[in-house]
Design a protein around this ligand. Structure first.
Ligand SMILES: [Zn+2]
Length: 67
């Protein structure tokens, strides 16, 4: 996570489902607790990204939300 300020178009939304899983939300309209991550491939490949997403969503484990 680079924590750079980006426009919404450059971000992807990740939502925590009722099942406690983190899923990609391309529409940006899914309900639930969500967080925005960079759509930058270099950033997506960075170590610790899944953990950062999980932390943002209050999940204990990692995620498999990377496209
Ligand atoms: Zn980033």
């Amino acid at each position: 996570m680079c924590r750079q300020v980006r426009t919404k178009r450059e971000m992807e939304r990740i939502v925590r489902t009722a099942a406690g899983e983190a899923v990609l939300d391309p529409s940006g309209r899914m309900s639930g607790r969500g967080t925005y991550v960079c759509a930058d491939p270099a950033c997506q490949a960075s170590a610790g990204r899944d953990q950062a997403i999980a932390r943002a969503l209050g999940l204990s484990g990692g995620t498999h939300a990377t496209p």
